[in-house]
Design a protein around this ligand. Structure first.
Ligand code: FES
Length: 87
């Protein structure tokens, strides 16, 4: 598991194995647009302020993956312990 911090509120949410960031963040009451929820459409693209995403989508280019400035939170996860998202 890993943690996601919502930059707007400072709230820290635990994302366990088997759950997505999208699910956990929505459950916390954040309104997020999504469509495919399979990492292919780009609708849920979210800005990453800190931390290293583990990209599992089919939307970002190699370069965008390396930069790690955004991620698809319906499928992608975290390489370290915590991500800070612009939510
Ligand atoms: Fe389609 Fe996340 S909802 S990429």
């Amino acid at each position: 598991s890993f943690e996601v911090e919502l930059d707007s509120t400072g709230e820290v949410l635990e994302v366990p194995e088997g759950r997505t960031i999208l699910e956990v963040v929505r459950e916390a009451g954040v309104d997020i647009d999504s469509s495919c929820e399979e990492g292919t459409c780009g609708t849920c693209e979210t800005v990453v302020l800190e931390g290293e995403p583990d990209h599992r989508d089919a939307v970002l280019s190699e370069l965008e993956r390396e930069l790690g400035e955004t991620m698809m939170i319906c499928v992608s996860r975290c390489r370290g312990r915590r991500l800070v998202l612009d939510l």
